[in-house]
Write a protein that binds this ligand. Structure first.
Ligand code: G3P
Length: 222
């Protein structure tokens, strides 16, 4: 159970913005404590400090730029993200795509600041390419299933098993997450069956009438 990781991306959903980010993070913390499963939350930049200082839960940034200290304006600087209380960052989310060179630079910048790295990918070849950059995790998410409510573990199991296989060949130290349309306990159980170590998810929990009840269902089949 301890090697399973669930990362809840709050995106820019109003239900996960501002004070709401703290409420959802607290629900994650409660369910993590009860289940013994690691649950992390990825709020917007401006909410990282708010969440990290009020809830004892791993906080990830939704993005990170590779800029260093100095004459740069309007960037997400790794050191600032770390100082705000984050322990890691998503990189190259489908809704925040980067070039391969930028992904590499962002992974390096995050590592330099002591942040864990989750590089998001959209198919098997990009999963293999991301693994070559040695992030801690690669999270494969077919874009067409994001926000669809149709779980990747059912609709496209081959993209998960294919990514697991390709990543193992390129860099066996990289762990695999999968995401898109995940919301139920059976979706997480299927994702683990396919060889991933956890899931990256958003709408099924953030937009649920009770995020806590939805999270309880998510971990119920482990
Ligand atoms: O970052 C997670 C995400 O892109 C999946 O979104 O709403 O399909 O769980 P969702």
């Amino acid at each position: 159970i301890s090697s399973i990781l669930i990362v809840l991306n709050l995106k820019t959903y109003l239900e996960g913005t501002g004070e709401n980010s703290v409420r959802i993070a607290q629900a994650c913390k409660d369910v993590a404590d009860d289940s013994g499963i690691d649950i992390a939350v990825a709020p917007q930049f401006c909410d990282i400090y708010r969440v990290a200082s009020q809830v004892d839960i791993p906080v990830y940034s939704q993005h990170l730029d590779s800029v260093g200290a100095g004459s740069f304006t309007g960037h997400a600087f790794s050191r600032c993200i770390k100082d705000a209380g984050a322990v890691g960052t998503l990189i190259n989310h489908s809704e925040r795509r980067l070039t391969l060179a930028e992904i590499d630079a962002s992974v390096q910048a995050a590592k330099k600041s002591g942040l864990a790295t989750i590089v998001c990918t959209n198919n098997v070849p990009t999963s293999a390419a991301a693994a070559a950059l040695s992030p801690d995790y690669v999270a494969v998410e077919p874009p067409e299933l994001i926000g669809s409510g149709i779980p990747v573990s059912k609709a496209d199991p081959a993209v998960v098993t294919g990514s697991v296989e390709a990543i193992l060949k390129v860099n066996p130290a990289v762990k695999v997450l999968c995401g898109a349309g995940i919301s139920k306990g059976e979706d997480l159980a299927a994702a683990l069956e396919l060889g991933s170590v956890g899931v990256l998810l958003a709408s099924g929990i953030v937009k649920a009438a009770s995020p806590k009840a939805a999270l309880e269902d998510l971990v119920s089949k482990i």
